[in-house]
Design a protein around this ligand. Structure first.
Ligand code: OKV
Ligand code: MN
Length: 255
């Protein structure tokens, strides 16, 4: 009955089994009944290449997503900053469609701009530079030519580098930049944006080019620790956007 669901930032990894379990529950109980499911980036904590579906944990995620696709739900996948090397091999294995970032679409009569979010964190100059490098086709081709085990090792080193880099960054720098968001709204003409990445769930009002806009930010998922969290957004057939918690209960009007 629900037109489309949106999630991001699950950071799925074998070390977080309860989070993976909650995601499988969400797929079965909610995504399965939706017309469309949009996976908006960092669904995996790391991805070293599509040949890593041999990994037992990755294979279970593929299987769970595939079951939803086979049940008739359309699946759409956008890369995050961690799993941007997910490619056609993974897409084929699941039966999903890869989306570019940003992606503008109409759902239930509403024009939306979908994005992971990291591309608009322009105040973090070190990150933007790093991002440009690892997203370059030359860098990726060189990386993917390495043996899988070496690639996994490099990804682990980069994750450690990220943790070290984050320690010295201010809270404000690691959020999206307002001007970058305004420019994206202006060029897409959409009154609604949905993104993740920042792990700061909220609904923000923006006025851009004389038009009132709403920016919905998704939460990350973590069910391992003492503050379990996770959410998703739903656009119903009447075009209304609502936010739901892990218990499946509605949280306000999306805010
Ligand atoms: C974020 C930063 C790491 C700064 C890279 C293949 C590549 C995965 C990756 C995994 C880790 C990003 C991309 C991260 C920010 C860092 C280090 C420094 C300055 C490849 C697969 F490039 F080899 F092809 N990764 N992440 N840094 O943890 O998000 O901000 S990350
Ligand atoms: Mn992210």
């Amino acid at each position: 009955e629900q037109a489309a669901l949106f999630v991001s930032d699950l950071h799925l990894q074998p070390e977080m089994p309860q989070t993976a379990q909650a995601f499988f529950g969400f797929l079965q109980d909610h995504a399965h009944r939706a017309e469309q499911l949009y996976l908006l980036g960092d669904i995996f904590e790391a991805w070293a290449g599509d040949d890593d579906v041999v990994d037992a944990f990755h294979a279970r995620v593929v299987q769970a997503l595939r079951a939803v696709a086979q049940g008739g739900t359309q699946l759409f996948w956008m890369a995050g900053n961690r799993d941007f090397l997910v490619g056609e091999g993974f897409a084929q294995a699941v039966g999903l469609t890869l989306l570019p970032d940003p992606f503008v679409t109409t759902i239930a009569g509403r024009l939306l701009v979908l994005t992971h979010g990291d591309a608009w964190c322009t105040d973090d100059e070190a990150y933007m530079q790093f991002r440009a490098q690892v997203r370059s086709p030359e860098w990726q081709a060189a990386f993917l030519a390495l043996p899988l085990e070496r690639r996994k090792q490099i990804v682990e080193e980069l994750r450690a580098g990220s943790r070290a880099a984050q320690k010295n960054k201010s809270y404000d720098i690691m959020d999206v930049n307002d001007d970058a968001i305004a420019a994206l709204f202006a060029r897409s003409a959409a009154p609604v944006m949905i993104h993740g990445h920042t792990h700061r769930p909220a609904r923000h009002a923006h006025e851009v080019a004389g038009v009132q806009r709403q920016r919905y930010v998704l939460s990350d998922w973590d069910l391992e620790g003492s503050s379990p969290r996770g959410d998703w957004l739903a656009i119903t057939a009447d075009g209304v956007i609502r936010r739901y918690g892990l218990d499946g209960k509605e949280i306000g009007n999306g805010g």
